[in-house]
Design a protein. Structure first.
Length: 105
């Protein structure tokens, strides 16, 4: 997928669209730790945010979503819905299923 290509899906409320990392990228961590092949059989719990909803209403006010497009996130393995848009696989998940934002600090 091209970096500048916009997807044609807009999540509602506090939902987030994530492009999962491909399994080849998961065999070695950023710090160089090799991940066993058995871990590759599971669905990835990491991906890049490609679209963000406007937030959910709580007590009459809209609560903004804390993640932004471009963030790399860790998310719950079973807390998403798989969708295909323009031949690409994406996950739609609630912000509450995002466990952390990965930074290169």
């Amino acid at each position: 997928m091209e970096k500048n290509k916009k997807i044609s899906i807009k999540p509602l409320g506090d939902r987030v669209v994530v492009k999962p990392v491909n399994k080849d990228e998961m065999t070695k961590s950023v710090s160089g730790i090799i991940i066993p092949e058995s871990a590759n059989k599971e669905k990835p719990g990491r991906g890049t945010v490609v679209a963000v909803g406007s937030g959910k209403y709580e007590d009459g006010t809209r609560q903004p979503v804390e993640v932004s497009v471009g963030n790399t996130v860790l998310f719950s393995k079973y807390g998403y819905d798989e969708v295909k848009v323009d031949g690409e696989e994406y996950y739609i998940l609630s912000e509450s299923n995002i466990l952390a934002i990965i930074t290169n600090a």
